[in-house]
Design a protein around this ligand. Structure first.
Ligand code: PXG
Length: 445
């Protein structure tokens, strides 16, 4: 590219200064801007016209691929018909339709949906539901939450408190009181290069018994975990682990919350992680794939018994003092209805099942490449973990990320792990291209 062309392209960029970017090195970015200005299907294009294969589905969210025409059309139509309706004490038809569709995908008995605008709001909503549920049941002393090390539950104060990622916590002081954490399950000394669920590690769930004994079960409201921890680098639950956590919660009257913000909507080759793993929580948080990333939306799914507990007290009274101006926003609801319809019509969750072995082969083909210390997979989630460069954690993965970007493929990094969460419409050629590109970058790392 000539110097003139580069100057022209930079001149076409908006002024970058005023925008304080989230989870981004602002100064580095503004020196080396990478803007996406268009997307379609599995591809994105940068502001200067470079085509990229999106192996990250945006941020684990565009499960139906970008700008799906049916979802776009539904949003357009809704915008022309109803932009907004008061969300408290009034409603609109599309959000009821979405609740019905969504709960029909949920595990048996999870019959109610509460709408929010993000995964973080879904998490804080679920935590509040758990507290209020126990209080209505006369067990108001159940106020503690148990999260898990390496867990990511968004960035609200509730979410960072139960979350287990130290960089997300250390700047923000004391957070929610009364939170404890289970040990994480990421042990490559036992489980490196496991295909699917590791055999080793179910016993790590037994630590919940010790934590419960320490605090006394009567003080614990809920346990919250991701069925597969996404942000921490795709950590697959050992065989029997989720079942054991469920058993211990049941034994002690503790609610189990699955954070399915990443695991939901086909990512695991099924409706949810819960349905794929056959373990049903009491509350489930969702977002991202609910609208395929098109309009912000999240939802908390609740068991009928939890909803029924709230539906007591004086007729006409508000049962749950919680909600957002944009809970069930018409545009998001329309996007949600269309997205769930696309998943069904195009058989996208079944498609993941039919391609997951091919995807797994591709992920594990990275074993033996330079500096690769682990490969992991489940459904359309995969990870390749690299040995950190001494004294420079994250630098190796970041270099590979940049090389892949330059070579036309978007992947996601976390620590020294590359994470893959492709749109569910990926085909074999897309999978091959992704891992050929990563392999080339790894050889150079
Ligand atoms: N729970 C889980 C399990 C998540 O993965 C959230 C809650 C919060 O969702 P919102 O919509 O508030 O961001 C998430 C979000 C990454 C990455 O690449 C992951 C998320 C968000 C941004 C980046 O690790 N997960």
């Amino acid at each position: 590219m000539s110097d003139n062309t580069v100057r022209q392209l930079q001149a076409d960029l908006p002024d970058l200064e005023a925008y304080w970017m989230p989870f981004t090195g602002n100064r580095f970015f503004k020196e080396h801007p990478r803007l996406i200005s268009r997307a379609q299907g599995v591809n994105c294009w940068t502001h200067d016209g470079k085509q990229l294969l999106d192996a990250a589905s945006g941020l684990w969210c565009c499960n139906a691929g970008h700008c799906h025409p049916k979802i776009v059309e539904a949003i357009k139509q809704q915008a022309e018909t109803l932009d907004y309706a008061m969300a408290f004490q009034l409603g609109h038809p599309t959000v009821f339709e979405l609740a019905n569709k969504l709960t029909s995908l949920a595990p048996e008995g999870m019959d109610y949906a509460f709408f929010v605008n993000s995964g973080s709001e879904a998490v804080d909503t679920a935590l509040k539901m758990a507290l209020a549920y126990h209080r209505i049941n006369g067990q108001g002393e159940r106020t503690r939450f148990i999260g898990r090390e390496k867990g990511y539950h968004g960035v609200g104060f509730g979410g960072i408190s139960v979350g287990g990622m130290s960089p997300n916590r250390k700047m923000f002081g004391a957070m929610l009181p009364g939170v404890d954490h289970l040990p994480h399950t990421h042990h490559i000394e036992h489980n490196a290069f496991t295909r699917g669920q590791p055999q080793w590690g179910a016993h790590l769930a037994d630590e919940l018994e010790n934590i419960v004994a320490l605090h006394d079960p009567s003080t614990i409201a809920a346990v919250i975990i991701e069925p597969i921890a996404g942000s921490a680098g795709v950590l697959i639950p050992p065989k029997g682990y989720l079942e054991r956590v469920r058993e211990i919660c049941d034994k002690h009257g503790i609610l189990l919350i699955f954070d399915e913000v990443i695991c939901g909507f086909g990512r695991t080759g099924d409706n949810f992680g819960a349905t794929r793993f056959g373990v049903t929580p009491d509350l489930m948080t969702t977002a991202k794939g609910l609208t395929s990333g098109t309009v912000p939306m999240g939802a908390v799914l609740a068991k009928g018994q939890i909803y029924d507990t709230f539906m007591t007290g004086p007729e006409g009274a508000i049962e749950f003092f919680h909600g957002y101006t944009y809970s069930g926003h018409p545009l998001a609801a329309a996007a949600g209805v269309a997205t769930l319809q696309v998943y069904e019509d195009e058989g996208l969750f079944e498609r993941v099942r039919s391609l997951e072995d091919y995807f797994a082969d591709a992920v594990h083909s990275m074993k033996g490449e330079p500096n690769v210390i682990d490969t992991r997979n489940f459904g359309f989630l995969g990870a390749v973990e690299f040995e950190p460069i001494e004294g420079q954690p994250t630098a190796r993965a970041m270099k590979i990320f940049r090389d892949c970007f330059d070579d036309g493929v978007i992947v996601r990094t976390t620590g020294d792990t590359l994470a893959f969460s492709p749109p569910l419409i990926f085909d074999k050629e897309h999978i091959d291209r992704t891992f050929e590109t990563v392999r080339k970058a790894a050889l150079n790392s």
